[in-house]
Each structure stands twice: as structure tokens, then as C-alpha cells.
Design a protein around this ligand. Structure first.
Ligand SMILES: C[S@@+](CC[C@H](N)C(=O)[O-])C[C@H]1O[C@@H](n2cnc3c(N)ncnc32)[C@H](O)[C@@H]1O
Length: 269
């Protein structure tokens, strides 16, 4: 059983510790350990970005996704509650020579300081940020903060950790004698049904980008292929899977094991 992190302070301590090194012991970014999964999520979101959009990336970590989005929109703000991530993100932006990008410390549960500094945004992104809140009431409060920080008609692009997809993927893994994917204690997976119902208080759901094919190939096919060796996030099969998904091929496949697809929500107004 994984260690539990029952409150925000303990989860934050985990990320403060993770932020001390840009790469973990396996040579992977601590905030995005599967680089190809990160690429398919970013590609899914990038399809909804246009030049001139004022973008806010919440829980931006080291800011590399924010930079990718800013290259499209021309401007972006990244917010994270860990000061060392904000420092790293600013360094990445300076090294990339990207202007019109700001990184600020802040908590998704209280975005009033960000609203006062920057006003309302056209687009907000979260990649695995709400999942780091300890329970559904906090996650629902974060959803309200996102809505308050968007212009009417603005877009919220959300890739979190979806419970139904995790259970569906683990069902296939069990049938193939693979162990269930463990949930680390700082992650609280969200029911898509509950998220969608709550989101509809503020947003119209205009699309959902399914990433089930990538998850099936990387989390079911790859471990069967490499066994008895352990699977690896940097395996060539993941790269191939990402290429197929990024091209939109079989976009509806394996939706039952999609635990991190992207909701495209438009704020009512
Ligand atoms: C799994 S990482 C993902 C980082 C980044 N979005 C990415 O995809 O690389 C989650 C990030 O959310 C941040 N975070 C978690 N809870 C937060 C909160 N309440 N307010 C602001 N940031 C938070 C963490 O510090 C961490 O950088």
C-alpha cells in the first residue's frame, strides 16, 4: 500500500523535496516522469491554443509545458505553489529566450492574487494539478477558482487523473497477470462523472481528447513485451505510441483505459 498524504502541507512537502533536483534517480523529470505521455497531453492541448490568447498554466512545475504553450500563444503565466519550481521555470524561460512569460508562486485554491496581478485569462491549463489536492471538496474548490479566473467564453483545458480510466486499464492488466498500477499517496484520482457534473456548473464541455491508445500501448503492451525486464517510460514503443496518438489515429480507441485525457471546457458567460 502506498504512503498516504492526507493534507495539503504534506503533499506540498513532497513537491518541495522533488523540486530540489531537475531530474530524479531514473533521469526523469519529477513532475512528468513519462516524457511521451507529457508530449501527447501537450499536443492535445496545443490544438486549442491560438496566437494572442492570454494563457495561465496552473501547477506549472518546472514550466516546460508552459513554455511550449507560450510559443503558440505568445504570452503565458505559470503558477505553482513550490518556489523552487518557479525559480527553475524562470531559468528555463530565460534560457529559451522567451519573453512575455511570467512565473509566480501561488495556490490554485486561492487565485485572487493572480487575478489582481494579471486580470482574467482567455485560457487556463492544468496538467495533473487538481489530482494533487487531498480530496474532492478541495478539487471542486479549485474548479471554482479556475472558473473565477477565466473570461466568459474562455477555455479550461484539463488533463488530470481520471478514476474510471485507471480502473479500466487495471482491468486489462489484471486479465494479463500484470499488477495494478499503484496510486502514489500524493495523487487523489478524480471520477470523470463527478468532475463533468461539477464542471457543468461553470462550463460547457465542448470536447474531450481521449489518450487511451497511448495508455494501453505503454501500460499494457510494453510491460508484456519487455517482461521479465521492467517497463520503461523512455521505451521506444512509447515513442511510437505517442506518434500514433499525436497524429490523431484511432482517436477513440481504448477510451475505457484513458486515465489522463483532456477535457476542453468553455466558460459560460
Ligand atoms: C504532477 S506535477 C505536474 C507539473 C506540470 N503541470 C507538468 O505537467 O509538468 C503537479 C504540480 O502541481 C503543483 N501543485 C500541486 N498542488 C498545487 C496547488 N494547490 N497550487 C499550486 N500548485 C500546485 C506541484 O507543485 C507540481 O509542480
Amino acid at each position: 500500500m502506498s504512503e498516504q498524504f492526507p493534507n495539503i502541507e504534506q503533499i506540498k512537502k513532497h513537491w518541495e523535496s522533488a523540486a530540489r533536483q531537475s531530474l530524479d534517480a531514473a533521469g526523469l523529470r519529477p513532475t512528468a516522469r513519462d516524457p511521451y505521455l507529457q508530449s501527447v497531453i501537450e499536443t492535445a492541448m496545443a490544438r486549442f491554443l491560438t496566437p494572442g490568447q492570454k494563457l495561465l498554466d496552473l501547477g506549472c512545475g518546472d514550466g516546460l509545458s508552459t513554455l511550449r504553450f507560450a510559443r503558440i500563444t505568445g504570452q503565458a503565466v505559470g503558477v505553482d505553489y513550490v518556489a523552487d519550481f518557479i525559480k527553475a521555470a524562470r531559468e528555463h524561460a530565460a534560457a529559451a529566450g522567451i519573453e512575455n512569460i511570467h512565473f509566480e508562486t501561488g495556490n490554485i485554491l486561492d487565485l485572487e492574487p493572480i487575478r489582481q496581478n494579471f486580470g482574467a485569462f482567455d485560457t487556463i491549463t492544468t496538467i495533473r494539478c487538481l489530482i494533487n489536492l487531498p480530496d474532492w471538496p478541495h478539487q471542486a474548490a479549485a474548479l471554482e477558482q479556475v472558473a473565477l479566473t477565466l473570461q466568459p467564453g474562455g477555455l479550461y483545458l484539463a488533463s488530470e487523473g481520471w478514476l474510471e480510466g485507471l480502473e479500466g486499464l487495471n482491468l486489462y492488466r489484471g486479465q494479463l497477470q500484470l499488477p495494478a498500477i499503484p496510486v502514489v499517496g500524493y495523487n487523489c484520482f478524480i471520477s470523470r462523472a463527478r468532475f463533468a457534473a461539477e464542471a457543468q456548473k461553470y462550463f460547457e464541455i465542448i470536447d474531450y481528447v481521449n489518450l487511451g491508445l497511448y495508455l494501453f500501448l505503454s501500460r499494457v503492451v510494453q510491460p508484456l513485451f519487455t517482461r521479465p525486464e521492467p517497463p520503461s517510460h523512455t521505451h521506444h514503443l512509447n515513442e511510437v505510441a505517442a506518434e500514433i496518438v499525436n497524429r490523431g489515429i484511432m482517436a477513440a480507441a481504448f477510451d475505457s483505459c484513458d486515465y489522463c485525457g483532456t477535457y476542453i471546457l468553455r466558460k459560460r458567460g
